[in-house]
Each structure stands twice: as structure tokens, then as C-alpha cells.
Ligand binder design. Structure first.
Ligand SMILES: C[S@@+](CC[C@H](N)C(=O)[O-])C[C@H]1O[C@@H](n2cnc3c(N)ncnc32)[C@H](O)[C@@H]1O
Length: 212
């Protein structure tokens, strides 16, 4: 198992995970806005809603093992997951493109990347992923889906022509009903995708491989 050896990255991650773990009320407050209407990104503007440390460590190991270099992420928030991807990119001599809709989250995420010493490796694109990821170069070998789930399928269709054969796709919160169209598409194309459910403390993620 590969682990992050860089103390500067670990230090930043430790303080962000600490802050994220104390956000129970912030998350409930945000989620309460989605009771009578669809939840919007602005409802969670103060919330990390981040991957767990276990997920981050799993992803770091996965990316180092597979020597991923062209890494793309949908859903930066304050940058916890991006730091794990960036740490792996630093080992693999690769780069990360990540995207976040909310400008205030982008600003804080940029500060976090700077603090971790990963600003040169991580490119943060501010705006709607369906726009900001339009012109990503071909050869994506890792894709993290962790934004609003109803965009997973349109985003996959946007990026599919740019995926390298063998590319890995990790989908957080795969058990949510809103991720269903995305998963149905992946599962109904067994010649294009192999896929498996990964157990985690949030109900499960999906790890898929694009076969080309
Ligand atoms: C679950 S959070 C991401 C958490 C992050 N990956 C982590 O683990 O630290 C999802 C993020 O996606 C952002 N988002 C939602 N819709 C988006 C869109 N259309 N384009 C870009 N970002 C979007 C939200 O503002 C939110 O910050």
C-alpha cells in the first residue's frame, strides 16, 4: 500500500479533515434546504462534503499503483480529494485538472493547494463542469466523479471520447438514486466498462475501468 510521504501535504490534509469532521450542523443546515426543493450547490457553500480519509488513502494508492498522470476531477469543494489526487500526481509526474462551481470554494481550495505545495500540479477550473471540462486533452487515465450526481452521466458522455483505454473512474456516493442513470449506462455497456462496488462508510462507491 502506497502512503503519502510528503509532510507538507499530510499537514494540510490533517487540518482539513479535522475541520470537515466538525461540520455536522453545517451539513444538516445545508441539507435542510433540499427538503422541499432540489438541493443546490449554494446550499452547501460552507460544507466540505468531502471524501473520507480512508477513501483518500485508497485513491492515492490506486493512482500510484496505476501510474495515473492525466487526472480529472468533477467537484473540488475545498480540495480535500484533490489533495490526494495531487499527491499521487506528484509521485507519478502527472497533473490534476479539477473543477468547482462556487467561486468562494475555489478561492479556499487554491489556498489549500498552495499550503500543501501542490499548486503547480493542480489546475482548478472555476465554473460549471460541463463548460470547464469541454476542452480537456485526450488521454485521461483517472476520473473522479464527486460533484452533483445528476451530472455524472452527461459529464461521462462529454469526457468518454477523451478517456484512455484502461482509464479508471471512481464514483463517490454511487448508492444515491441520483447516480442511477450513470451506473445504468456503465453497467449496460459491458464491452466498454468493467465495474465493481467498493464498500465505504458512506454507502458505497463505484470503481469502473474504461475498456476502450
Ligand atoms: C461532494 S462536493 C466535492 C467534495 C470533494 N471532492 C472532496 O472530497 O473534498 C461536490 C462539489 O461539486 C460542486 N459542484 C456542483 N455542481 C457543479 C458543477 N456543475 N460544476 C462544478 N462543480 C459543481 C459543488 O459546489 C460541491 O462543492
Amino acid at each position: 500500500m502506497h502512503t503519502i510521504a510528503n509532510p507538507q501535504i499530510q499537514h494540510t490534509l490533517n487540518s482539513l479533515h479535522r475541520e470537515a469532521s466538525g461540520q455536522g450542523f453545517t451539513i444538516l443546515k445545508g441539507l435542510s434546504k433540499g427538503i422541499f426543493r432540489k438541493l443546490r450547490p449554494e446550499d452547501m457553500k460552507d460544507a466540505y462534503i468531502a471524501i473520507t480519509r480512508d477513501q483518500g488513502e485508497f485513491l492515492f494508492d490506486l493512482l500510484v499503483q496505476n501510474q495515473c498522470q492525466h487526472i480529472v476531477e468533477f467537484g473540488t469543494s475545498f480540495g480535500i480529494s484533490t489533495l490526494y489526487l495531487g499527491a499521487a500526481a506528484a509521485v507519478n509526474n502527472g497533473r490534476v485538472i479539477t473543477t468547482e462551481l462556487l467561486p468562494d470554494k475555489c478561492q479556499v481550495a487554491r489556498e489549500n493547494f498552495e499550503e500543501a505545495g501542490l499548486s503547480d500540479i493542480i489546475e482548478l477550473r472555476e465554473g460549471d463542469a460541463m463548460e470547464t471540462l469541454q476542452n480537456v486533452a485526450s488521454g485521461i487515465d483517472f476520473l473522479l466523479m464527486d460533484g452533483w450526481n445528476d451530472l455524472y452521466l452527461p459529464l461521462l458522455k462529454l469526457l468518454e471520447p477523451k478517456l484512455a483505454p484502461g482509464a479508471l473512474i471512481y464514483t463517490d456516493n454511487a448508492a444515491f438514486a441520483s447516480a442511477r442513470p450513470f451506473l445504468d449506462y456503465i453497467k449496460s455497456n459491458p464491452k466498454k466498462y468493467q465495474t465493481e462496488r467498493i464498500k465505504d462508510s458512506k454507502g458505497g462507491s463505484e470503481l469502473s475501468r474504461f475498456l476502450g
